[in-house]
Design a protein around this ligand. Sequence first.
Ligand code: FAD
Length: 376
Amino acid sequence: MDFELNGVELDVIKTAHDFAESRVRPRARDIDEQDKFPSDLAAEMGRLGLFGLHMPEEYGGTNLGYKAYVLAIEELCSVSMTVGAIMAINALAQECLVRFGTDAQKKRFLPPLVAGESLSTFAFTEGQTGSDPRAITTVAVLDDDDYVLSGEKTFASLAHSASVAIIFAKDDTGKVSAFLVDPKSEGFIIEKEIEMLGVRGEDVCPVMLDHVRVPRENLLGEAGKGYGVLLTAINVGQLGISAEAVGIARGALAMSLSYAKDRMVKDKPMTDLPTTQSLLGEMAARTEAARWLTYRTADLKDHNRLTGKHASMAKLFASQAANDVVDMAMQIHGSYGYTKELEIERLYRDAKVTQIYEVVSEVQRLIIGATLAHES
Ligand SMILES: Cc1cc2nc3c(=O)[nH]c(=O)nc-3n(C[C@H](O)[C@H](O)[C@H](O)COP(=O)(O)OP(=O)(O)OC[C@H]3O[C@@H](n4cnc5c(N)ncnc54)[C@H](O)[C@@H]3O)c2cc1C
């Protein structure tokens, strides 16, 4: 068991940290307030190699592994969850392509995604189904050499910036298939951005598919096997969300410590109060536990041993830790924390979604429990 990060991983942390401090921190509040996708920062992340950390070198990546991927997301999310989450969202399409794409699909779509020259959106959620992707109603009908996709997706992140969309639809086998879709296709209609409580600026939109023609060669993976594509991608997404949660918790702890050191209670810094120390201690312990579970889960992925159970455990625990930590952070900040003056309120809003998107915590508990019940 080796708990030391190696030199390359420390370099990744430094790169992400320097970018987060110099480029993201000055913008974090504005991105949230203006609810505007930071496309220039996304492009810079690409140039810095952040989208290629876990991608093969032949497609422009550095093949440093999924541990590097979570380390970078954690750094970015300790400053702005909106910016850090771009990595985890982009990773969904990247993972689909790298695991299931044909050589031609990989060569065409991966290099620009890795370089940050283009971004991707990943749409499985529909109005009536978020937790049960098997129940999706979007259809893909084969017509000569094209599939024709019709239906409605919602909550598609990065929708306006994406130059490729991964769409899940039921084909004529009645099973889910995955498709690589050009968002500029006729009938691909991105509707008005949904105003969110947190991760504002992530450009989350409903998408209408009105008889969108998709060439047959853009089927991703085998026909009817899209559910497997979805789960494989979601496991990597959940790993990213675990890192988002760790980053948020870390950010909230740092803000709380700094605030409590400066705030005087009965002529002494608030950090002298045993109750404050107790909160800080609890926050630090939960953050640390979430961090190491996330690193360990990324390490499993690096060794091709990641399962749905592991990804669910990491996201379930880290997202709960993040929400507990931001709650305690808010308590330390008192009424000032509850105002728009201080930044802790943004972290408080951002943290909640980690328990909701890419599988709600309730379902994650069931996945873990059901797996345990059936393991031999
Ligand atoms: C900011 C943001 C970004 C998003 N980005 C994307 C994206 O890029 N692409 C995309 O496809 N989707 C995206 N989503 C959608 C998100 O992944 C889904 O909303 C999520 O999976 C939950 O689905 P739902 O909202 O339909 O909740 P529901 O499935 O309606 O669940 C609501 C509640 O019902 C209960 N519940 C539901 N099913 C079960 C069950 N089986 N067992 C026990 N309890 C259950 C739980 O309490 C759960 O919290 C995003 C959402 C947000 C908020």
